[in-house]
Design a protein around this ligand. Structure first.
Ligand code: TIU
Length: 227
């Protein structure tokens, strides 16, 4: 942690500005995996145009670089399952009713299985040694993981939540985090959805009702605050 990280800063955001201490703030990057971002993975298996998610990569690279420079605590998550599928609920295995399922062999290895090429994080946003990677079996990052323990041990109270997809794993994680007492801010351009209209609505849901479970900002405003 650098000396900058000891001070306070204000992130311009909706519905109102959020004062944070970088020392108690973490950047949480959700599921920027090849399985969601590249052809032949889980996202494509569900019938999605995976190219739609790539808009988040460049802003997120800039935010990640700024966060590393500031000395922010940085964590990454990956959605996926054990090779024997023992941690995958039957309903999830059947989801999509397509020809290919979770665990089937695709061009990037077995779909959504830990250790396979498709399960890994895209090279553009690859974690550095020392940045925890949380493997999660569900959509939310707190369900059946040690994320909460790691954040509490580190004294984190604010989360900058980025990644894919906005209305699924990002939203579920923000909801889980908010109920656990964390303040969450989502930089809008650092998240993406296969459905741009869902992206917009998911962000509106966060800031509605006075910020019912968080804040929405963007990479430029978060980087300016950290700077
Ligand atoms: N399908 C979809 O939009 N998302 C997921 O299945 N997982 C995440 O959002 N990571």
């Amino acid at each position: 942690m650098t000396s900058t990280a000891a001070s306070f800063c204000t992130i311009a955001a909706e519905p109102y500005a959020l004062a944070v201490s970088p020392a108690s703030t973490a950047l949480l990057i959700i599921d920027m995996q090849r399985d969601f971002m590249e052809p032949g993975g889980f996202g494509a298996m569900l019938g999605n145009d995976v190219s739609l998610l790539r808009v988040a990569i460049e802003p997120l690279q800039a935010l990640l670089a700024a966060a590393r420079k500031t000395g922010l605590f940085i964590l990454h998550t990956r959605e996926g399952h054990r090779a024997d599928l023992s941690d995958a609920p039957p309903a999830k295995l059947e989801r999509g009713h397509g020809k290919t399922r979770i665990g089937d062999l695709g061009p990037m290895g077995r779909i959504l299985i830990r250790g396979e090429a498709g399960h890994d994080i895209i090279p553009e946003l690859y974690p550095l040694p020392g940045e925890p990677v949380i493997d999660k079996p569900g959509k939310g990052s707190f369900c059946q993981t040690d994320l909460e323990l790691i954040l509490k041990n580190r004294g984190i109270r604010t989360l900058i939540v980025c990644g894919v997809t906005t209305e699924v794993c990002v939203h579920t994680t923000v909801r889980e985090a908010n109920d656990r007492g964390f303040e969450c801010v989502v930089p809008a351009d650092c998240a993406a959805s296969y459905f741009p209209e869902f992206h917009q609505m998911a962000l509106r849901m966060i800031v509605a009702q006075g910020g019912i479970f968080g804040w929405v900002s963007d990479s430029a405003r978060v980087i300016a605050a950290l700077g």
